[in-house]
Ligand binder design. Structure first.
Ligand code: HEM
Length: 336
């Protein structure tokens, strides 16, 4: 009897188990029917893309002291597009545009000549300290400009020409130059600011100078003090532009001290746009300070300019020098 009962319980258990199994299979069947026939390998990355679009970053929490290590994917797609596309366009247009304007200006207007010829007497325009500061800043600027442009244009322009290995070596040296020369450059900008601020406050002589186009187009010589309106513009570009590239540059050189990822991206955008505009402006300055105007280079070369040059380009300044009795000394005899 007892064995019959056990048999009955076993049979009941088996029947119920079979029914339960059948029920499970029946419930699972429609779900299985909905599954795609093959696995979609990009399904998870699509979700990741959606997550990024929603949140701008994928970030978790970590228990180690460096909280930044919890950032799996950081914002930066717009910035990368700016760096690789937009900046190249802006930089290319302003720098090549300025070079084109200068070439056209030189070919049509030619050099601004010293119309009254040389007088044989000179006047001191910049002392040794001013020239030292100018050339230190200028040398640093040229290295900073070339090494900075390498960061923006080096890959597409140089790799096809010199190959990956040489580009990598050159870029490493360029980066050292860019980082280390930023310090004397910043000191130079501060000294330029302090040395020449008195002569660079805009006043009414600048309005007249600008109205007469600085005498650049015709053969006019509008009066000017130590610095004319064009030079005052250069001065403020150096002071404000130099200040902006220095501040944003140090934010990038010392990451995470004061700015996070987004702050550094803003700093990089400001740094690079100001820098390419700065380079374009300096090309105009270098042109007019060298081949563009006869007698100008001497001001920063020897420190002395011909009295007739001063009369033509800075007549009000020459008057001041005359009043102070520092206006004329014989020009050094040319070397035989
Ligand atoms: C090879 C490049 C350069 C040349 C040939 C050059 C030439 C000159 C000359 C001749 C002057 C005196 C103009 C005068 O007596 O009226 C001058 C002034 C000046 N330079 Fe340069 N310079 C060069 C690069 C630079 C750079 C890179 C900077 C700044 C980053 C700079 C900043 C200035 C400033 C602020 C002045 C005073 C304002 C002015 O005259 O425009 N220079 N430069």
């Amino acid at each position: 009897m007892a064995s019959l009962g056990r048999l009955f319980r076993l049979a009941l258990g088996a029947t119920l188990g079979t029914w339960a199994l059948l029920l499970l299979v029946a419930l699972a069947a429609p779900v299985q029917a909905q599954q795609p026939s093959s696995v979609n390998p990009t399904a998870s990355s699509v979700k990741e893309q959606q997550l990024l679009q929603e949140l701008n970053r994928i970030q978790g929490r970590v228990s180690i002291p460096d909280k930044r290590s919890g950032m799996l994917e950081q914002p930066g797609r717009d910035w990368r597009n700016f760096h690789e596309v937009t900046l190249r366009w802006i930089g290319g247009i302003v720098i090549l545009g300025m070079l084109a304007v200068l070439v056209i200006f030189y070919l049509t207007r030619g050099q601004v000549r010293l119309e009254s010829g040389r007088s044989g007497r000179t006047v001191v325009r910049f002392n040794a300290f001013e020239r030292l500061v100018h050339w230190m800043t200028a040398t640093c600027f040229i290295v900073l400009a070339i090494s900075g442009l390498n960061i923006t244009f080096g890959r597409p322009l140089l790799i096809p020409l010199i190959g990956l290995e040489a580009f990598s070596d050159w870029s490493q040296w360029a980066k050292y130059g860019h980082n280390y020369l930023s310090f004397p450059f910043t000191i130079g900008v501060i000294l330029i600011f302090l040395m020449w601020i008195a002569g660079n406050i805009p006043d009414k002589t600048d309005v007249e100078w600008i109205k007469r186009g600085g005498g650049l187009l015709g053969h006019d010589h509008p009066p000017a003090k130590h610095f004319n309106a064009g030079q005052k513009m250069i001065y403020w570009i150096v002071v404000l532009g130099g200040g902006a590239v220095a501040i944003t540059g140090y934010l990038l050189m010392f990451p995470f001290y004061t700015a996070g990822i987004e702050g550094m991206q803003v700093a990089q955008v400001v740094h690079s746009i100001v820098a390419v505009l700065f380079v374009a402006a300096m090309l105009a300055h270098i042109y007019i300070g060298s081949i563009g105007m006869e007698g100008a280079f001497e001001a920063m070369g020897t420190g002395n300019v011909d009295v007739n040059w001063a009369k033509e380009h800075h007549s009000l300044w020459l008057e001041q020098q005359k009043a102070a009795g520092t206006d004329a000394r014989p020009a050094a005899a040319p070397a035989e």
